[in-house]
Design a protein around this ligand. Structure first.
Ligand SMILES: *Cc1c(COP(=O)(O)O)cnc(C)c1O
Length: 389
């Protein structure tokens, strides 16, 4: 095998999403030393671009070296001390992972759960908070395993009323849905580069406010992870530039370019694009006689569309036909939803009207190959109707 022969896929799964050629070009620029004055300027600019995308003025806003899960782990390991009570909203794979990370960091974890495919009720979180002093509430904004957009408003208020920090997983929302860290008073928030930011996987944008910083600096025991210790990382990314680890230089080039593309498009225009392409895709899916996993349209993610697999259809065979016949990747279900849903990502550069039309057409063909009848051209027609309206 040679990497030269690798195919160019249309990435419509749960991540990674497609990457603009400008990002690939940025990654191929010559390496510099990670303490080179020119590189330090690029690091500063990356932080400023990330503040813009997160909607924050937090000084401590950095890309962590590692994927989205490293961002999750950083939030948990810095905030939690052994014995702390932490409330975690669990309604999918990533909520489960958050709870597991909190537990491994010694927290007494209280989960608030609901059926996968529905959001967590803020009232239930408030109730869990009333049962004892709580260090933090952790919640997934965009649950990639179910396609649910979790409302944050009541949860954040309840947490703050009870003196708890709020940790928000924005891995699949940032760059697709508004996140607005400062306006919503989110204390710690992390993301990943390979979803709606349309950059290869490898960095975890992370931000936290002074309230979170204060909690961390007044810890009784040091942060168990040396690599993810925010006070050490603050000295590396701050004005002192104390060597901590070698920043993944080429990934920083990529992130800088991907974020610049987002700023050029505009945050609001980008969110609207994600919304429109999602609505067109849903119109097509429903016209083909299929159902979305999430019933309430207001609770559906624009970036990740969970489609119920029709009875009698081999979902893996359909995914195989899309990949082999059209070079299109979509995802299957996880956990209790394995075999029951397809997960269609319309994230970042992958969220285009062309991709929506192509996928609906290709999906019709793949379903017909399974002997499943679909009204001829109905999906594409409904999406076209939506786009011209
Ligand atoms: C993808 C994802 C993660 C994990 O990110 P990795 O980059 O795979 O480590 C965490 N949370 C959510 C909601 C995700 O979608």
């Amino acid at each position: 095998m040679t990497t030269e022969k690798l195919p160019r896929r249309i990435l419509l799964g749960p991540g990674p999403s497609n990457v603009d050629d400008r990002v690939y070009e940025a990654m191929s620029r010559p390496l510099m030393g990670h303490l080179d004055p020119e590189f330090l300027v690029l690091m500063d600019e990356c932080q400023e671009l990330l503040r813009h995308v997160f909607g924050t003025r937090n000084r401590m806003t950095i890309p962590i070296s590692g994927t989205g899960s490293a961002g999750m782990e950083a939030a948990a390991v810095n905030v939690i001390e052994p014995g702390d009570r932490v409330v975690v909203a669990v309604a999918g794979v990533f909520g489960v992972r958050l709870a597991e990370q909190a537990r491994r960091n010694g927290a007494e974890v209280v989960t608030v759960e609901t059926e996968w495919g529905t959001p967590i009720d803020a009232g239930a979180v408030a109730e869990a908070l009333r049962d004892g002093p709580t260090k933090a509430v952790a919640v997934v904004h965009a649950e990639t395993s179910t396609g649910v957009l979790q409302p944050l408003e009541g949860i954040i208020e309840a947490a703050h009323d009870n003196g708890a920090l709020v940790i928000v997983d924005a891995v699949t929302s940032i760059g697709g849905h508004p996140v607005d860290v400062d306006a919503r008073e989110i204390d710690l928030c992390y993301a990943g580069t390979q979803k709606c930011l349309s950059c290869p996987p490898g960095l975890a944008p992370f931000t936290m406010n002074d309230r979170a910083l204060e909690v961390i600096t007044s810890r009784q025991v040091p942060v168990r992870s040396w690599y993810l210790d925010m006070s050490l990382l603050a000295n590396y990314w701050g004005s002192d530039r104390v060597y901590h680890h070698t920043a993944p230089v080429s990934m920083i080039y990529a992130l800088h370019e991907a974020l610049s593309i987002i700023v050029e498009e505009g945050m609001q225009a980008r969110a609207e694009r994600h919304h429109r392409n999602h609505l067109a895709f849903v119109a097509g899916v429903e016209a083909m006689g299929m159902k979305m996993q999430v019933d309430d349209p207001a609770q559906r993610l624009w970036s990740l569309n969970a489609v119920v697999v029709p009875d009698g259809v081999d979902e893996a065979a359909v995914r195989g036909a899309l990949l082999n016949g059209h070079g299109i990747e979509i995802g299957g279900g996880l956990g209790p939803l394995a075999g029951k849903i397809w997960r269609v990502g319309l994230m970042g550069a992958s969220s285009t009207s062309n991709n929506v039309l192509l996928l609906l057409a290709a999906l019709e063909g793949a379903l017909k190959m399974q002997g499943h009848t679909v009204p001829m051209g109905a999906g594409v027609a409904a999406a076209v109707e939506f786009f011209v309206a």
